[in-house]
Design a protein around this ligand. Structure first.
Ligand code: CP3
Length: 336
């Protein structure tokens, strides 16, 4: 499989391609299924509908990988935190006051429908399309659990300084639950895994090591022990100069790059032969035209000869015209 070969370190040309948030509101067929499901969480927990929206972008654009349709916040919900998505505002949870309130023993029963979605996809996906299982990185999930919503994560940052033992406890519960959750995804048929550390960039260097790199390492080691050879992509978004340390020490096989990191500079700080993924600015997909074409060609020229997975630096936004995605796919497939 072209995608897994690249993940194993092969410099395929043209590189394999998928896009973060490739299933989503920019697709009319997604909006239709989403309306049928009622709300976003019901969609994530409905295996037949979640399977359908995972497959939609594969049918339309022929990407090399499908990512399980779910959300990183299903895990805190499974651990007992109430979760809702305020329309047009993003996720809301009660801000966690005590790690002992979390109930890891009941989590598997709550996320069981997500695991069933993976099993279904295993059978319905074309054989040459890789299935990516995923979870949020524990630091990122903890940010939402402790602050109760996205934004500047002020409470999480304050707790990291004033009550680090509390933060450590939350990260420990989350890391253990994440291993179980991802391991269940592998058993159900995921071909590889991705850890979304989307908010790793809020931590200063010592905290980045303790709260991001170390838990990611612990999770990667535990998963590889249970599932030898399983490949893991880490996405330490906005890690800045911490990227090299993450790539070397987090135990992952590939790193996702955000759009503000120069790819040559990233390669220079990563271990030799590290597989990179990303880092096209998602805004270009909205703009299209020459800006998109030039950026794709520029990035393609920089990744040629290196193991690379073509992707954006963050997720597709709902305002992206489908025709621009089609043009991006065409450009990548023809080699830039
Ligand atoms: O196609 C895919 O990439 C797979 C599914 C997926 C979703 N979320 C679906 C989704 C994945 C891998 C995620 C990860 C996720 N979720 C992250 C990490 C990546 C990143 O974007 O930084 C984070 C931080 C979340 C939390 C989350 N979920 C937020 C902040 C929001 C609201 C913002 C928004 O775009 O509305 C979501 C909602 C969400 N997750 C949607 C989708 C398709 C939109 C929900 C809808 O249909 O209304």
């Amino acid at each position: 499989m072209k995608f897994l070969d690249a993940l194993a370190g092969e410099a395929a040309w043209p590189p394999p391609l998928w896009l973060m948030r490739q299933a989503g509101r920019y697709l009319p067929e997604y909006r239709e299924v989403r309306a049928k499901a009622g709300d976003f969480i019901s969609l994530c927990l409905n295996p037949a509908l979640a399977e359908e929206v995972t497959l939609q972008p594969i049918r339309k654009f022929g990407f090399d990988a499908a990512i399980l349709f779910s959300d990183i916040l299903i895990l805190p919900m499974a651990l007992g935190q109430e979760l809702r998505f305020a329309e047009g505002e993003g996720p809301r949870l009660p801000s966690l006051q005590d790690a002992a309130l979390l109930k890891p023993e009941r989590a598997a029963a709550v996320y069981a429908p997500v695991i069933e979605t993976v099993s279904r996809l295993r059978h319905s996906l074309p054989k040459d399309v890789a299935l990516i299982g995923f979870a949020g990185g524990p630091a990122t999930v903890a940010c939402y659990m402790l602050d109760g919503q996205g934004g500047s994560f002020c409470r999480t940052k304050q707790l990291a300084y004033e009550q680090p033992a509390f933060v450590r406890q939350v990260l420990k519960v989350l890391s253990e639950a994440t291993v179980e959750y991802l391991s269940a995804q592998v058993k159900a048929g995921a071909d590889c895994l991705m850890l979304f550390e989307s908010w790793s960039g809020i931590f200063p260097p010592e905290q980045f090591r303790e709260f991001v790199i170390e838990p990611n390492r612990w999770i990667s080691d535990a998963l590889k022990k249970r599932h030898p050879g399983m490949k893991i992509i880490g996405f330490p978004r906005l890690a800045g100069l911490g990227l090299g340390d993450y790539a070397r020490d987090a135990g992952v096989d590939a790193v996702g790059l955000d759009s503000v990191t120069d790819i040559d500079a990233a390669r220079a700080v990563c271990p030799p032969g590290m597989v990179l993924q990303g880092n096209l600015d998602p805004l270009l997909l909205k703009l299209g035209g020459t800006a998109l074409e030039e950026a794709v060609r520029g990035l393609m020229a920089k990744v040629k000869g290196h193991p690379h997975i073509f992707n954006l630096g963050h997720g597709i936004t709902p305002d992206v015209p489908e025709a621009h995605v089609a043009r991006l796919v065409e450009l990548v497939r023809q080699g830039g």
